[in-house]
Ligand binder design. Structure first.
Ligand SMILES: Nc1nc2c(ncn2[C@@H]2O[C@H](COP(=O)(O)OP(=O)(O)OP(=O)(O)O)[C@@H](O)[C@H]2O)c(=O)[nH]1
Ligand SMILES: [Zn+2]
Length: 316
C-alpha cells in the first residue's frame, strides 16, 4: 500500500492512503539503520510504501520504502551536531507573510528567506498581510515591494486575514497543493489559516499539543486536509526555515535576477563585488536590479555570517 505521512511522533507515523484510509505505521527495523544521517528518516509529507500487519486484532503498517522527495526542509539537531532533523518533505509552496509594521518585516529577512527556500527548491509566494490597517504611505510601500518582487518572478498578493481581502485568491493557489505558511511572529499566520478554513483551529491545537508535552518544547509537524482540496503542513513553534550552509559562490544562484545575469560577467567566478565588467553591477547602476536586493546579497556573502547563520527557526 502507498500513502502520505500526515504526522510523525517519534516511532509511529500516521499514514493516509489515496482512498482516505488512515493507518498507524512503524518503520521496518533494518530500514531504520540504512545509513540515513537524520534523527528521523521519514517526515511529514513523505510518500511511503507499507504493508499491513495484524497483531491481536489491531492492524498497523510497516513502512518499507520512502519515495523520492521533490524537496525537504531540515532543522539541525541541537545536541547531535552532525545530524539533521527533517521537518517536512514534498512541499509544493510556502506562503511568506509580510507585514510592513506591527511587526516590521525587513527586506533583509525576506531575501534571506527566499534564498533559503530557493536552496530547498520550495516555491515561495509573498503575502502582504494586514492591508486593512495601512494608510496610503504604507500601501505605497507594499506596492513598491510587490513591484520589486514581481519583477524577479515572485507572485505577490495583498491580503487581510481580518477583512478577508484576497483570501479567495490564496485559496485558489492552494487548491490541489501542499502549502506551508511562514513569517515573523505576529504577522497573522494563524489568523489567515483560520480565515481560510474556519473549522481548523491550528493555534489552539498547537497550544494543546505543547501542554501535553509539558515543559518539553519539541514540536511535531503535521499535515492537514482542508475542505476545498488542499493540504497544509503546520509546524507548531517553527516559523521559518532552518539555515542552509552554502558557499559564497553559490549565493548568487538563489537570487533569480543575479543568476540570470551571471553568464554576462567577465569572470565566471564573479562575486559581483569589485570585479571589472560585472553584469550585475552594471544592472545595479542602471536601476535594473533593486538596491535592497543587492544589499541583501552582499550581507549574505560578506561578513554578515553571524546574522546569516543564526538559526532563524528560533529568532522570529
Ligand atoms: N488588522 C489586522 N490584524 C490582523 C490581521 N491578521 C492578523 N492580525 C492580528 O495580528 C495578531 C497576530 O496574529 P496571529 O495570527 O496570532 O499571528 P501569527 O503569525 O500566527 O503569530 P505567531 O503564532 O506568534 O507566529 C492578532 O492580534 C491578529 O488578530 C489582518 O489581516 N488585519
Ligand atoms: Zn559579476
Amino acid at each position: 500500500m502507498t500513502g502520505h505521512v500526515y504526522k510523525s511522533t517519534g516511532s509511529w507515523y500516521t499514514v493516509k492512503t489515496e482512498q482516505g484510509e488512515i493507518y498507524e505505521c512503524r518503520m521496518k527495523g533494518k530500514f531504520r539503520i540504512k545509513g540515513i544521517k537524520s534523527t528521523n528518516p521519514i517526515a511529514v509529507g513523505d510518500v511511503v510504501d507499507f504493508e499491513l500487519e495484524a497483531d491481536n486484532d489491531k492492524v498497523s503498517g510497516i513502512i518499507f520504502n520512502i519515495h523520492d522527495r521533490t524537496n525537504y526542509i531540515v532543522r539541525k539537531s541541537v545536541n547531535l551536531s552532525k545530524q539533521t532533523h527533517i521537518i517536512a518533505a514534498n512541499i509544493d509552496q510556502v506562503f511568506l507573510l509580510i507585514t510592513i509594521n506591527n511587526p516590521p518585516t525587513l527586506t533583509s529577512f525576506i531575501d534571506r528567506f527566499l534564498v533559503t527556500a530557493n536552496a530547498y527548491s520550495v516555491k515561495t509566494i509573498l503575502l502582504f498581510n494586514k492591508v486593512d490597517t495601512y494608510d496610503e504611505d504604507t500601501l505605497n510601500e507594499v506596492r513598491f515591494l510587490a513591484h520589486t518582487y514581481r519583477k524577479i518572478g515572485y507572485e505577490c498578493i495583498g491580503v487581510s486575514a481580518i477583512s478577508g481581502k484576497n483570501v479567495d485568491k490564496v485559496k485558489a493557489l492552494m487548491q490541489g497543493k501542499v502549502s506551508m505558511f511562514s513569517g515573523h511572529s505576529g504577522v497573522g499566520k494563524s489568523t489567515l489559516v483560520n480565515a481560510i478554513e474556519p473549522s481548523l483551529d491550528i493555534k489552539t491545537k498547537a497550544i494543546s499539543t505543547q501542554h501535553m508535552q509539558g515543559q518539553h518544547t519539541t514540536t511535531f509537524a503535521e499535515m492537514f486536509d482542508l475542505s476545498f482540496g488542499a493540504q497544509i503542513i503546520d509546524t507548531p513553534g517553527i516559523k521559518g526555515f532552518g539555515v542552509v550552509d552554502m558557499d559564497k559562490e553559490e549565493v548568487g544562484d538563489y537570487f533569480p535576477e543575479i543568476f540570470a545575469l551571471k553568464q554576462d560577467c567577465k569572470f565566471n567566478n564573479c562575486l559581483h563585488i569589485q570585479e571589472p565588467h560585472c553584469a550585475v553591477k552594471n544592472a545595479l547602476d542602471n536601476d535594473e536590479i533593486a538596491f535592497s536586493r543587492y544589499r541583501s546579497y552582499l550581507q549574505i556573502i560578506e561578513g554578515d555570517e553571524e546574522n546569516y547563520r543564526t538559526d532563524n527557526w528560533d529568532n522570529q
